[in-house]
Write a protein that binds this ligand. Structure first.
Ligand code: PGA
Length: 299
């Protein structure tokens, strides 16, 4: 059946209005042009689609049947147009995210893969500690954040996408480095190089150890993970960090992970945005990408 989209479109309008005149004015056509299209369509189909009784137009059985299909086809075309428009949006959009300080050790890898898939998207990535991320979300300054613990506030959507185990690190020559199955209580005798207040890692570690009756003693406070790792290597104290941050130092034998009972502290990385945030096409694609690909890309 050699029916054109144009014929179906005209037919659908006449069938919906049951009027050639109204269909013509909706489609910006003359009434004879509409009649001509319908006549041609009836010839192709081989059946009458309308019948006229007096001044009123009715659909024949064949017309009703074809109307059902024509409606579906026109809905599908609208849908296809929307999807293609969205794809144009993806090619040009911009993504605004903030990531927790610790996440700099893996976020660029994920953004690199995302960028490869959607090269036209510009990305702006801010790095801040947990407390700052919460403020940025609260002020609606960013599309979404990557953080190590979902906010307690109910008006946020948080999706876990990756494990984030926290461990205690020490220099290789530390007396605890060769011991196995160390009781966490033993850490009360040690001093720590801790992250700044407001750090998610710090608050998770303090909660974890205080539940086991251990108050972490602070030797120094540093907001930079690179500085913390240097300080531990220089034997200024132990530190509690995410395993994402120490791959190189472990490979090079510059740091060791202490074998402490009940550790690692099991945490996860979350993609977080405001519940009332209308995600842009780009932000939604980034979210879909992260939830589907992140753990595969970093395994
Ligand atoms: P932080 O956050 O870098 O602020 O410690 C990461 C986390 O919550 O694990």
């Amino acid at each position: 059946m050699n029916v054109t989209f144009r014929q179906l479109k005209v037919f659908e309008a006449v069938a919906r209005h049951l009027s050639y005149t109204r269909a013509a004015s909706e489609l910006y056509l003359t009434q004879p042009a509409v009649s001509m299209q319908i006549k041609q369509l009836e010839e192709v189909v081989g059946l009458p689609l309308f019948e006229q009784i007096g001044k009123r137009v009715f659909l024949t059985d064949a017309g009703s049947e074809l109307h059902r299909y024509a409606r579906n086809i026109s809905q599908q075309l609208d849908e296809a147009r929307e999807v293609l428009e969205e794809m144009k949006g993806i090619q040009r959009g911009r993504l605004n995210i903030s990531v927790a300080t610790t996440a700099i050790y893996f976020a660029p890898t994920l953004l690199g893969a995302f960028h490869k898939r959607y090269p036209g998207i510009g990305v702006s990535m801010d790095v801040a500690n947990r407390e700052t991320l919460l403020q940025q979300l609260e002020n609606n300054e960013i599309d979404m954040a990557i953080m190590g613990q979902p906010p307690e506030e109910l008006n946020m959507v948080a999706d876990a996408f990756l494990y984030n185990p926290l461990v205690v690190i020490a220099p290789p020559d530390h007396p605890l480095a060769r011991q196995k199955n160390i009781d966490p209580v033993r850490l009360a005798d040690e001093v720590f190089v801790l992250r700044e207040p407001g750090s998610g890692t710090r608050s998770a570690a303090e909660k974890f150890f205080s539940r086991r009756g251990v108050q972490l003693r602070t030797a120094m406070v540093m907001s930079s993970l690179e500085a913390i790792k240097q300080a531990v290597q220089a034997s200024l104290g132990l530190a509690i960090v995410s395993t994402h941050t120490i791959k190189q130092e472990l490979e090079l034998g510059r740091l060791v992970v202490l074998d402490i009972k009940t550790l690692p502290i099991q945490r996860q990385w979350y993609l977080v945005h405001r519940e009332d945030k209308r995600l842009s096409v780009v932000a939604q694609s980034f979210k879909d990408f992260m939830l589907a690909e992140a753990s595969k890309l970093l395994s």
